[in-house]
Design a protein around this ligand. Structure first.
Ligand SMILES: [Zn+2]
Length: 461
């Protein structure tokens, strides 16, 4: 690994991360177990355009049972609800991305009658005209043995253990996030895990499906589970070594990313489950459970990647995600009812979308710096985080418990090389803007009352 005057490297035995000393950005990722190295390639302008908006919304069109929830013709009306909530990016879920086929159908995703596909194409064209970026989820990794594509690639493309048996049969026992507890027809049943790798029958099927979705009118693609943590001993896969099956998965994801982005300047790739080695391929990381972790660590160590924070009906959680600079990932009412199913979240999202747009130069084009230079004494439901860079700085504060409270803050922008001798400006989510007290010896102070679920941005220079 490179570790010199320009770069600082942090290693834990499995992963080595090299950061640019000047910008703090991640520049190189090393896999200490395989010796493979990956250059971090942030998406630059494309990513900033995304970050200046609030987030994405999700809509499920068929139940896991195969039952239709919405007709595709309803997409423009459902999309309009998201637009009113400040959301311009929508991910469509159909048959859970092709993973679950529970109504007896074993077809490939979107093997629908021509009339249904025409309805979808028209709906996609309509919402695209309104400036909406539509994506669709695809799971290409797990394959049920009763599913038609299994007969084509299930045997040859499965990850194999040393004795030749398929290495994994996922059924998610005990997972509250999956569907075993709803009855036997809802689990994955007998299935295989495919070896995601380039230049293979697997990759050919993946490319065909991704192109089919882009041809229908989707702009972006959500790849469910773009990962492989297992060794693969399948001789026909010709991995350089069994543990380099992971490396081949990363290479394949690069092919998908290039395919999507070559089709549109606005195209991006969402990937489920953060995976360090994929950071340069995936624009938006989908993770279900940030609230149970220390999410500040990820915002701090990966400023050039964008993490989606799943929010269903909790306005406080939406506020907390916003205050840390996460990208909102709205799944209103289990993704089934659109924003009308979560009116409180819809109203707050609309306010936060305006606030992010108005403060993007301070909260998006800068870097998350957690509490460095910031002191905050407040009611327990209030959180505050600092951002700094390009001669600017800001503090986002948010009430997350639904209880009015007071906060007293002290902030020193000079700790981040930002000279802010003038008074700061406080912008509330209502749009009200007011100057704050001028600093003393570089220290800005603020005493603020926040209403329940109130968010405000304090900006400098
Ligand atoms: Zn393999």
């Amino acid at each position: 690994m490179i570790s010199n005057a320009a770069h600082e490297t942090i290693a834990n035995g499995k992963v080595a991360l090299s950061f640019c000393r000047k910008s703090g950005s991640l520049v190189r990722i090393g896999d200490m177990e395989t010796g493979m190295e990956y250059l971090a390639e942030p998406s630059g302008a494309r990513l900033f355009r995304l970050m200046e908006s609030l987030g994405i919304g999700n809509l499920q069109f068929t139940e896991f049972s195969g039952e239709v929830i919405h007709e595709f013709a309803q997409l423009p009306q459902l999309a309009d609800e998201f637009v009113k909530a400040g959301i311009q990016h929508i991910c469509l879920w159909h048959r859970a991305g092709g993973l679950y086929q529970m109504n007896g159908a074993t077809k490939e995703i979107m093997d629908e009658p021509e009339t249904v596909l025409q309805e979808l194409e028209k709906a996609l064209a309509d919402v695209k005209e309104s400036g909406i970026n539509m994506s669709i989820i695809l799971n290409l990794r797990l394959l049920k043995v009763i599913f038609d594509p299994y007969r084509e690639i299930g045997e040859s493309e499965a990850i194999r253990s040393k004795d030749g048996s398929p290495a994994s049969r996922e059924a998610y026992p005990g997972s509250p996030y999956h569907l075993n507890n709803l009855g036997p027809s809802y689990n994955l049943g007998d299935s295989v895990t495919l070896c995601q790798r380039p230049e293979s029958p697997f990759a050919e099927r993946a490319r065909t499906l991704v192109e089919k979705m882009l041809n229908l009118g989707f702009t972006s693609i959500f790849i469910d589970q773009p990962l492989n943590s297992q060794c693969c001993f399948a001789p026909q896969h010709a991995h350089s070594a069994p543990d380099l099956a992971h490396h081949d998965c990363v290479r394949w994801m690069g092919d998908v990313s290039r395919l999507v982005k070559a089709r549109s300047e606005e195209g991006y790739v969402i990937g489920e489950l953060p995976e360090l080695f994929q950071t340069q391929k995936i624009d938006l990381w989908w993770y279900w459970q940030w609230k149970y972790l220390s999410p500040e660590v990820y915002r701090y160590s990966h400023p050039d990647s964008l993490q989606l924070w799943v929010v269903d009906g909790d306005v406080g959680e939406l506020n907390r995600a916003f205050a840390m600079g996460f990208y909102a990932n709205l799944t209103p009412a289990g993704m089934e009812r659109g924003m009308s199913g979560r009116p409180a979240v819809a109203a707050q999202a609309a306010a936060l979308a305006k606030l992010r747009e108005a403060t993007a130069a301070w909260t998006v084009e800068t870097r998350f710096v957690d509490r460095e230079g910031l002191e905050c004494e407040s009611a327990p439901g209030i959180v505050a985080y600092a951002f700094a860079g390009h001669g600017r700085a800001a503090v986002i504060m948010a009430e997350t418990a639904g209880v009015a409270g007071e906060a007293r803050l002290t902030f020193e922008p000079a700790r981040h090389g930002t000279t802010a001798n003038e008074a700061g400006v406080l912008l509330r989510q209502t749009g009200v803007e007011e100057p704050t007290t001028p600093p003393e010896n570089g220290r800005h102070t603020l005493k603020i009352e926040l209403a329940p679920f109130d968010v405000a941005v304090w900006r400098f220079a």
